[in-house]
Design a protein around this ligand. Structure first.
Ligand SMILES: *[C@@H]1O[C@H](CO)[C@@H](O)[C@H](O)[C@H]1NC(C)=O
Length: 225
């Protein structure tokens, strides 16, 4: 009786120890939230088991005075997923929005800011483009050539959440495919809604072209060899 009791105890202790050692791997993440390019140098830390996130949202305009940056770093909540996610849109009037979230799982791995240089290579898609900060429509629409991974034409509207200084935004342009049909809170308090529209022109999708020419290349090779 006493024997089996202590054996049981021993097993329980073993089990708990194994569980504890096996499941909890802790590390520290940088904690930061700021809205300018020069964020405070001294940062806090948090202890994570589900990843450190590193997020940057940028709204680029022709002037530094109207540019916006919103950076957030911290520990990914247990209930959220630790994942990499990014999208971007280039609108009329030289407005460009980029969102990038990265997740990593080692000590202080989110310390450095994300830097990315998107491709500026035209991809053959052309979209209607405009940008307006006063109402939910555009009076004049131009056409822009899309670049890099922004292969879809987008239309978006946005507004600040209820408040005194309410803001209405509307625009059209090129965007990455994952920016279609989105509803999201961006730049610390602007609710945006997007949908994808038809392109002005789509001068050949490079991968499709390559795929359709593939059998011909094979045939040529066969004939030549
Ligand atoms: C996110 O991307 C980085 C490299 O950019 C990579 O090191 C990391 O493992 C990725 N995280 C996840 C959760 O896939």
């Amino acid at each position: 009786m006493a024997w089996s009791y202590s054996l049981k105890n021993l097993l329980t202790v073993f089990g708990v120890t194994i569980l504890a050692v096996g499941s909890v791997e802790c590390y520290q993440c940088t904690v930061q939230e700021c809205q300018s390019t020069s964020c405070p140098g001294n940062t806090n830390v948090c202890t994570a088991t589900n990843g450190c996130f590193n997020q940057i949202q940028k709204f680029d305009t022709p002037s530094l005075f109207t540019d916006h940056v919103f950076k957030q770093k911290g520990c990914t909540k247990e209930s959220s997923s630790c994942s990499n996610h990014s999208f971007s849109a280039t609108l009329g009037d030289q407005r460009r929005f980029t969102f990038e979230n990265r997740c990593c799982k080692t000590d202080q791995c989110n310390k450095d800011d994300i830097t990315s240089s998107p491709s500026s290579q035209a991809n053959g898609v052309e979209c209607p483009a405009c940008y307006n900060e006063k109402s939910l429509s555009c009076s004049s629409v131009t056409t822009i050539k899309c670049t890099g991974k922004e292969t879809k034409c987008i239309e978006f509207s946005g507004s600040t959440l209820a408040g005194l200084s309410s803001l209405l935004l509307y625009g059209k342009g090129c965007a990455t495919e994952n920016a279609c049909n989105m509803q999201q809170n961006v730049l610390n308090g602007i609710q945006i809604k997007t949908s994808c529209t038809s392109p002005v022109s789509n001068n050949g999708n490079p991968t499709l072209k390559l795929m359709s020419s593939f059998p011909i290349v094979l045939l040529l090779l066969k004939v030549l060899l």
